[in-house]
Design a protein. Structure first.
Length: 380
């Protein structure tokens, strides 16, 4: 599901896949209901849309199979990835939004799918699980970092298994503090050109710049500086591609505003990754970036981003940077990649269950009620 706004997702992409993760059919970007007030629990309605979309994409595939003279496929389960905190199949409602408790999304969707197993996973943790099944990654200790338009997420693999933390909040790279001075009176630290056209920071609903608060209400976080949306806001443009291809220097040989914005974003991300390397000492660091941020031509402004990331990583404590092989990959077709990762999470849960690596009544994120326990026992 697409990156949440005010803790709830805004759109849904559904992929039907084989057991090996090969996509069979897809429905793109179905809109999701939005809360009408701060007290509106929208998650039951989101569960209804998810279940309806899963049924719709399966029905579409069954019609195609019937035309080929094949029997309908069998739905074994569903994986759901969402760009927010997840713990045991439940959406963790963020405390900084004055919400408490969890939304039992896995249970809600499972009930609507005749109690089929449902796995709900954080988006980057889902990417990390998918990485454990991809032969191009060899490390047992890996970090997956993904830069989305409005946030940066991380997934941690240790000893070959994804580590989520106590309540699913591990590896929040986007909320690492990398520019502490922004938490002071930032107006004292701003220089000419720090704000687009010399105007105050953007208001709600518009592009935010480097000086606007993070979604958690703080300043100076990786999310505030390293994301495409913040770079666009800092430059006062909606066309990041044009800004990326702008010259690195002006006629006087000085860095352009575009170059400086990309450099500052790259420094922020690099500092966050350097701190992560220092803490967990991974074998591989897989960095998934929007293609526009992967620029190797020095004369173009966007080249500053990845160069700054690499520079910050090389300054990491001890031998951490030497140990961590940096693998940079273009992060495109985000919704489709996320849906495929969610499907693989479902497959991974079956494998974990078969190997006895789960707790059975709550394998991975698989929350279930008494009826589905009875159903599982009957199948066993």
């Amino acid at each position: 599901m697409a990156l949440p706004s005010r803790d709830t997702p805004v759109s849904l992409t559904t992929v039907l896949s084989k057991l090996d993760g090969t996509p069979l059919a897809m429905r793109e970007a179905a809109p999701l209901p939005r809360p009408t007030s701060a007290d509106d629990d929208v998650w039951p309605r989101i569960a209804e849309v998810i279940a309806a979309e899963i049924k719709a994409v399966k029905a579409q595939d069954d019609r195609n199979r019937a035309r080929r003279g094949q029997p309908p496929s069998k739905l074994l389960g569903a994986g759901v990835e969402v760009a927010t905190h997840v713990h045991n199949g439940q959406i963790v409602l963020a405390a900084y939004r004055d919400r408490s408790g969890n939304a039992p999304l896995a249970v809600s969707v499972s009930r609507l799918l005749d109690h089929k197993p449902v796995i709900v996973e954080n988006d980057v943790n889902a990417l990390a699980i998918m990485a454990t099944h991809q032969p191009e990654y060899q490390g047992l200790n890996m970090v997956i970092a993904a830069v989305f338009d409005e946030g940066v997420g991380g997934g941690l693999i240790m000893d070959g298994r994804v580590r989520r933390g106590t309540r699913g909040m591990a590896m929040e790279i986007g909320h690492l503090l990398v520019e502490p001075h922004l938490n002071d009176d930032s107006s004292l630290h701003r220089k000419d050109g720090d704000e687009p056209n010399g105007e105050p920071s953007e208001t709600e609903g518009q592009l935010k710049n480097f000086f606007d608060e993070c979604s958690c209400g703080q300043q100076g976080h990786v999310d505030v500086l390293a994301t495409p949306s913040r770079i666009r806001g800092q430059l006062g443009t909606n066309d990041l591609a044009a800004a990326a291809t702008a010259p690195s220097t002006d006629h006087d040989g000085q860095p352009t505003a575009e170059y400086q914005a990309f450099a500052r974003g790259g420094v922020a991300l690099g500092r966050g990754l350097a701190a992560t390397i220092t803490l967990v000492n991974p074998e591989e660091l897989v960095l998934k970036l929007p293609p526009v941020l992967i620029e190797s031509v020095p004369e173009r402004a966007a080249s500053a981003y990845l160069a700054a990331v690499r520079h910050e990583i090389t300054t990491v404590f001890s031998t951490g940077a030497t140990d961590a092989e940096l693998i940079v990959e273009p992060f495109k077709d985000v919704a489709v990649t996320g849906a495929r990762a969610a499907a693989i999470c479902m497959i991974d849960a079956f494998i974990a269950h078969a190997r006895g690596l789960d707790t059975c009544n709550s394998p991975a994120q698989r929350q279930t009620d008494a009826r589905s326990v009875e159903r599982t026992a009957a199948l066993a």
